[in-house]
Design a protein around this ligand. Structure first.
Ligand SMILES: Nc1nc2c(c(=O)[nH]1)N[C@H]1C(S)=C(S)[C@@H](COP(=O)(O)OP(=O)(O)OC[C@H]3O[C@@H](n4cnc5c(=O)[nH]c(N)nc54)[C@H](O)[C@@H]3O)O[C@H]1N2
Ligand SMILES: Nc1nc2c(c(=O)[nH]1)N[C@H]1C(S)=C(S)[C@@H](COP(=O)(O)OP(=O)(O)OC[C@H]3O[C@@H](n4cnc5c(=O)[nH]c(N)nc54)[C@H](O)[C@@H]3O)O[C@H]1N2
Ligand SMILES: [Mo]
Length: 747
């Protein structure tokens, strides 16, 4: 029940007790005490939580409540072994919810489900690898196989994986990025020439005057960002939150690492809250940019005219677009009035150095790419790029999602990357683009693809249009999951299915040449090492790098010119190969000792590796999603007790929800208008040109979100997102703008 509604501060003592509680429950106190202090330390392992960077000065406890949960979840002492699968048929497992599945513990031995069998049964590694090879060899074309990656995979494993897949002959390398920051990558690459953050942590902590946090809930999803915002606030920086929800972490932060954070009321974070309507950001930033131009033309001194003239292109068209915009309709779309826009423009012009941070609130809409390009316009207008304390900062999700892309996990690789890969390994990589996530589901549904291999993640649950996706997966001949924990993707499978249990970040990775470490890249382009310290959950586990190399060896045959077995026995050789293929990794093995930052031309030298060598202003008409009367615009988001499809618990403390996840947050006046009382059980029905979709049994919660908007949790609401509803250019499912109505459930 929503007891007291939303909280107005994040962190504090409850964050500490919650972290210690789950750690003690899953790991036991001794294992917890051995493990937690190693998170994000130079000799320790990279937190498997989010991609937020570490500073140069590490704290003794360089982790947050939710990082501790992610670690405890992996380092649990519970086990899912052959006996477990003998006791639970697939029919039984199908009835269990996501929380139950993942709570059963670590997967500890390879398991195989034969066609028509009711159970998974143990299989040896040898036989398992042969199965995969048999299936892949039977295909008519390599393009009938799909190779998914989730963003926790290390650089080493990801590099080997994409090399294997391309030598096998396809670019079918979809990844979680397709559902995540793809829109940011496309928008940034096309305007400033690189799809990554142009700021570093010190820009936030030490230099920015104004930090704008748009469409992001750091209190839950990047809690260590709150420490950075706190540091910035303490030296006088200002923060603006643009969000349909009054997220607790953006109101106040009670830093659990300071006595004052535990005892006192903490630090106020946002100086200005703009409760924007869902999908109103393109309209809002268009209004803001228009005002900046108008103020310049009235009084001067507002725009960085020299930068615009010398280093940008497209300004005149963009200016014409802003001045021609229909201001009234833009206010309606974003739900913010002239005074609110004015207040934000004041914040902007009073700040010499501005950083804009964003996450999924911007990337998962039909018009996400043009929205983010509008934010780039905002950044360029005052030259807020390529100087200290200024820049564009997409805040990545999975801890190595950015690194995976850097080392080649991409269904649309650039010709330059393929040339370099082909030259280093003496082959002709396939040039035809592969399937992204949504295209993969279509291909499985339509029988164009027959085999699906996944390194990590939970494809069945993370993807949209649940029923369509389940049917597509069931249509496959063979599905293979390399995983740490049991999830939906092990239950909704192809005719034959394989589970390959793998090591996690916290565990010792012993290979032929001794214990190995892996590397990851954080959201701000810093590459560093990660070394596990715990005994593996079982002697039968293999590392992802081992699994991928041994698959390659089996599939491509012993005569393949790549020394797969040698590479998987010594990860420093994989790093040498990365250095050879990918710019920026010079002296990788030497420099990884202290870690290093990858080059980023806009950040480092204020240069833009675009076609023209200039930063690009863009102009796009604002498209509004039509919401018919009686309907709401639903966003799907994370609770405080989940990591994507991994559900740690059923509370969402900061939003006042306890013991349930099937809730829908709606403005109380909308509930009144629909004649639905707070606390009623309703079905959510989404509308789309290809028909309606229904997710049953959600309790309404009256909540301070703008009129006409609603919110529910992912993945419960994924069934409502039509497969074909994707962002223009990036193909990202529109998980944050779903048109729904509430239908009172029959009792
Ligand atoms: N503990 C924990 N940490 C995580 C994750 C996790 O599940 N749990 N997931 C990881 C991953 S993969 C990712 S990508 C990140 C996700 O990090 P976030 O993007 O913070 O995740 P969401 O919960 O999707 O939150 C979206 C936020 O955007 C707001 N929003 C929704 N629609 C709009 C809109 O139209 N406009 C604006 N301005 N705001 C909007 C929502 O109210 C919410 O505050 O977190 C990473 N870190
Ligand atoms: N409606 C809606 N849908 C969304 C989103 C949304 O906001 N709304 N967000 C999207 C986003 S941003 C993302 S990133 C995707 C996430 O999509 P995925 O990355 O596919 O999903 P996760 O839930 O992060 O994957 C969890 C599983 O990863 C496995 N795992 C954990 N650690 C390891 C490891 O070290 N190695 C291996 N091999 N396996 C491991 C475990 O078995 C666990 O069950 O979901 C997307 N889907
Ligand atoms: Mo993500």
């Amino acid at each position: 029940m929503a007891e007291q509604g939303p909280e107005n501060a994040a962190g504090g003592l409850r964050a500490v007790t919650s972290a210690l509680g789950i750690s003690a429950r899953e790991m036991g106190p001794i294992r917890a005490l051995r493990t937690l202090p190693l998170i994000n330390q130079r000799k320790g392992f990279d937190c498997p939580g989010c991609a937020w960077p570490e500073g140069d000065q590490r704290h003794l406890a360089e982790f947050c409540e939710n990082g501790a949960k992610a670690v405890a979840w992996e380092a649990t002492r519970k086990r899912v072994d052959g006996d477990f699968f003998a006791a639970h048929s697939l029919a039984d497992l199908e009835t269990r919810d996501d929380h139950w599945l993942e709570s059963q513990g670590r997967l500890v031995e390879p398991m195989f489900k034969a066609a028509g069998d009711t159970h998974y049964r143990p299989i040896t590694w040898d036989a398992a690898l042969d199965r995969v090879a048999d299936h892949l060899h039977k295909l008519e074309s390599p393009n009938e196989a799909i190779f998914y990656t989730s963003g926790r995979t290390s650089n080493e494993a990801a590099f080997l994986y994409q090399l294997f897949v391309r030598r096998f002959g396809t670019n079918n390398l979809p990844d979680c990025s397709n559902m995540c920051h793809e829109s940011s990558t496309i928008a940034l690459t096309s305007t400033i020439g690189i799809g990554k953050s142009t700021v570093s942590l010190v820009d936030i902590t030490d230099h920015a005057d104004l930090i704008v946090v748009v469409g992001q809930n750091p209190g839950t999803n990047h809690p260590r960002m709150l420490s950075a915002l706190e540091t910035a606030k303490r030296r006088g920086a200002r923060v603006v939150s643009i969000n349909p929800l009054p997220e607790a972490g953006l109101q106040r932060f009670r830093n659990p690492q300071r006595a004052s954070g535990l005892l006192h009321s903490g630090t106020a974070i946002a100086n200005l809250n703009l409760p924007i309507r869902v999908n109103g950001d393109h309209a809002f930033f268009t209004l803001v940019n228009r005002q900046l131009v108008e103020r310049e033309e009235r009084n001067g001194g507002v725009l960085d005219q020299k930068f615009i003239d010398e280093q940008c292109e497209g300004f005149d068209d963009a200016r014409a677009g802003w001045l021609a915009a229909d201001v009234k309709s833009l206010h309606t779309i974003c739900g913010l009035d002239a005074a609110q826009v004015e207040a934000f423009v004041d914040e902007t012009v009073n700040a010499d150095r501005v950083i804009v941070c964003w996450a999924m609130g911007l990337t998962q809409h039909r018009n996400s790419v043009s929205t983010i390009r509008e934010i780039v316009n905002y950044v360029l207008l005052r030259g807020n790029v390529g100087r200290p304390g200024a820049g564009a900062c997409p805040v990545r999700g999975h801890s190595n999602v950015q690194g995976d892309r850097t080392v080649g996990i991409y269904e649309k690789p650039s010709p330059a990357f393929l040339d370099s890969l082909g030259k280093a390994f003496d082959f002709n990589p396939p040039r035809e683009h592969g399937f992204d996530v949504v295209e993969s589901i279509r291909a499985l549904r339509d029988g164009q693809a027959r085999v699906m291999v996944a390194v990590g993640g939970n494809f069945a649950a993370a993807t949209p249009d649940t029923e369509v996706t389940y049917a597509a997966l069931r249509n496959a001949d063979f599905t293979v999951q390399a995983s740490t924990k049991l999830n939906r993707s092990h239950i909704v499978t192809g005719k034959e299915a394989l589970i390959l249990p793998c090591l996690g970040r916290t565990e010792i990775d012993e290979q032929a040449t001794g214990p190995q470490f892996v590397t990851v890249e954080d959201s701000m382009c810093a590459v560093h090492a990660s070394r596990g310290h715990l005994e593996p959950a079982s002697p039968d586990l293999r590392s992802e790098a081992w699994i991928v190399s041994n698959l390659a060896h089996r599939v491509l045959g012993p005569d393949d010119s790549v020394d797969w077995i040698g590479l998987s026995g010594d990860y420093s050789r994989v790093r040498d190969a990365i250095e050879q293929v990918i710019p920026g990794f010079t002296d990788f093995n030497e420099r990884i000792v202290d870690g290093f930052v990858l080059p980023n031309p806009p950040r480092d030298t204020r240069t833009f590796p675009t076609a023209s060598g200039k930063a690009v202003f863009t102009s796009a008409a604002v498209e509004a999603v039509e919401v018919p009367p009686g309907h709401l615009m639903l966003q799907t988001m994370r609770s405080h007790d989940q990591y994507n499809t991994t559900i740690y618990g059923l509370d969402d403390r900061y939003r006042g929800i306890k013991g349930e996840r099937r809730v829908v947050f709606v403005h109380p006046d909308d509930l009144t208008e629909f004649g639905i009382a707070d606390g009623t059980i309703v079905d959510l029905v989404s509308i789309s040109p290809d028909g309606e979709r229904r997710a049953a049994g959600f309790r309404t919660v009256g909540y301070p979100t703008p009129r006409g908007c609603a919110a529910a949790y992912f993945p419960e609401a994924n069934a409502l997102v039509p497969l074909d509803s994707v962002a223009t250019e990036s193909g990202t499912p529109t998980s944050k703008s779903i048109v729904v109505r509430l239908v009172v459930s029959p009792v």
